[in-house]
Design a protein around this ligand. Structure first.
Ligand code: IPE
Ligand code: IPE
Ligand code: MG
Length: 259
């Protein structure tokens, strides 16, 4: 698989660095689920004297390239953090730019994503997003619902604590209705009430822009996720960085508490 990928990459004019990294990758030990905190758009722009909006726009380009690479590598699930429940604290103008970019991304990319058999999902309080964003997301999810090459899971108005609270509330409702015995509740049952009920936990979390914190992302799911961080800002994040993260992941010894 890596050989055919290399041939393909030559055609696609991949950098020498990417080719070198691809050769070091063990195709048998790729993660199933990769999560990314797409961070550093603002600092990338500020460092260049550009408006933050341009950082966000360039960040969308990065996402496009990383989705493409995930498809090539046959990674099955990519969950990206695009807007947190705390990001509402930002100026109205920036929030509007982010929501507009989301709509633009779906409008521009949906056909191509669908053609590549990518399934789009959104997790978070989607019903609190601007109506236009809700409409685009609903359309994208409906059109791509049967696709199974890659799940592109976009976290929007997402908070890990909110997700756990939502799950607890829904469990409490079932208990109240006499449908569930509290004594039956365990981790397995709890997981079924999360937004990611049918997905395996992320194997690898990538955080660009140098921050070494989780920022309320997938709190439950990341109990045993391997972390990889780079100082590179998301708009400068290249497929080569993604490959570096995968190689690092492949050298980890995951013990899950065992020996
Ligand atoms: C990530 O980039 C995008 C969102 C959080 C929506 P930032 O906007 O957080 O960029 P920095 O962290 O300020 O550089
Ligand atoms: C996390 O980045 C959220 C997203 C990337 C969408 P933030 O920029 O909001 O995180 P903090 O504030 O640095 O922790
Ligand atoms: Mg940030």
């Amino acid at each position: 698989m890596i050989k055919s990928l290399l041939k393909k990459t030559k055609r696609q004019n991949k950098s020498r660095e990417e080719e070198r990294l691809l050769k070091r990758l063990d195709p048998a030990r790729l993660p199933v689920h990769v999560a990314i905190i797409m961070d550093g758009n603002g600092r990338w722009a500020q460092a260049r004297g550009l408006p933050r909006a341009l950082g966000h726009r360039t960040g969308v380009e990065t996402l496009r390239n990383i989705v493409k690479l995930c498809l090539e590598l046959r990674i099955k699930i990519l969950t990206v953090f695009a807007f947190s429940t705390e990001n509402w604290k930002r100026p109205q103008e920036e929030i509007k730019i982010l929501m507009d970019l989301l709509c633009e991304y779906i409008q521009k990319e949906l056909n191509d994503l669908h053609r590549k058999h990518i399934q789009i999902r959104a997790i978070g309080h989607i019903f609190e997003l601007p109506p236009r964003a809700q409409k685009e997301l609903a359309r994208a999810q409906e059109v791509t619902s049967q696709n199974n090459e890659l799940i592109l899971n976009i976290a929007l108005n997402y908070g890990g604590r909110l997700e756990i609270v939502d799950a607890a509330r829904n469990l409490a409702l079932r208990v109240k209705n006499g449908e569930l015995d509290p004594a039956e509740i365990n981790e397995f049952i709890f997981k079924k009430y999360l937004y990611t009920a049918d997905l395996p936990d992320p194997d690898l979390l990538i955080r660009p822009a140098g921050e070494l914190r989780i920022s309320n992302f997938l709190l439950w799911q990341m109990a045993y996720t391997e972390f990889w961080s780079t100082p590179v800002f998301w708009p400068d994040f290249r497929p080569a960085h993604f490959l570096q993260a995968l190689i690092s992941f492949q050298h980890r010894k995951r013990r899950f508490g065992g020996l």
